[in-house]
Write a protein that binds this ligand. Structure first.
Ligand code: COA
Length: 175
């Protein structure tokens, strides 16, 4: 794994400017990130304007997709095989701490986030530090996920709760 220095970050961002939208561009962005990832599988794709702040802390399985304008921040994040991330999703595995009554220079505490195989994070959802989401889950659009969930859940709301099951979702859509 290559360490992401300030210079390399700048170089990568500059190269990103010239990568087009669409499946070819998504794969090209994935390829650009790969040398900096802690671990990666095949066919990693990253939508345009998505930003991975700390690729050195990110592990991705096979066929992971990160949608347009999503943000993966500080801390350790693991995305298992076939995780599908929608648009404007935020995954940040750390919280600021307080010093002298202020959060500005209080440092931060990181806690790993894990997203299970085949899970879909809907548009504009946010995943908080320390959360583990099971496999085959659906995180509904706009959810703020503050605690962990088992496999096969439909999760939604603020703060997110289990709103349905994947079994019901499959019945509804005849899958
Ligand atoms: C979750 C989703 C798929 C709908 O799933 P569904 O199983 O068809 O859900 P239903 O419409 O039957 O709703 C089931 C319950 O969840 C609630 N619900 C649905 N979407 C919700 C949301 N985004 N937030 C909170 N609650 C939600 C419904 O109100 C319903 O509640 P009720 O049982 O009390 O009436 C859809 O709302 C969603 O969020 N899709 C994501 C779209 C997206 O992000 N697209 C970007 C492309 S990557």
């Amino acid at each position: 794994m290559l360490k992401l220095t300030k210079g390399r970050r700048l170089w990568m961002k500059w190269r990103m400017l010239f990568i087009p939208d669409g499946p070819f561009g998504d794969r090209a962005r994935g390829k650009l990130y790969e040398p900096y990832l802690k671990k990666f599988g095949k066919n990693f794709k990253v939508g345009s304007q998505a930003y991975i702040f700390n690729p050195n802390g990110l592990e991705v399985g096979d066929n992971v997709y990160i949608g347009f304008n999503s943000y993966l921040g500080q801390g350790e994040i693991e995305l298992k095989d076939e995780v599908l991330i929608g648009n404007f999703v935020s995954i940040t595995a750390s919280n600021h701490l307080m010093k002298d009554g202020s959060f500005r220079f209080g440092g931060y505490k990181a806690e790993k986030i894990t997203v299970g195989k085949g899970t879909w994070l809907g548009a504009q959802s946010s995943i908080m530090a320390g959360v583990t989401i099971g496999s085959s889950c659906l995180v509904a659009s706009g959810a703020i996920v503050t605690k962990s969930f088992e496999d096969d859940c439909v999760i939604g709301g603020v703060p997110a709760t289990k709103i349905s099951t994947i079994e019901k979702f499959k019945e509804k859509y005849g899958i």
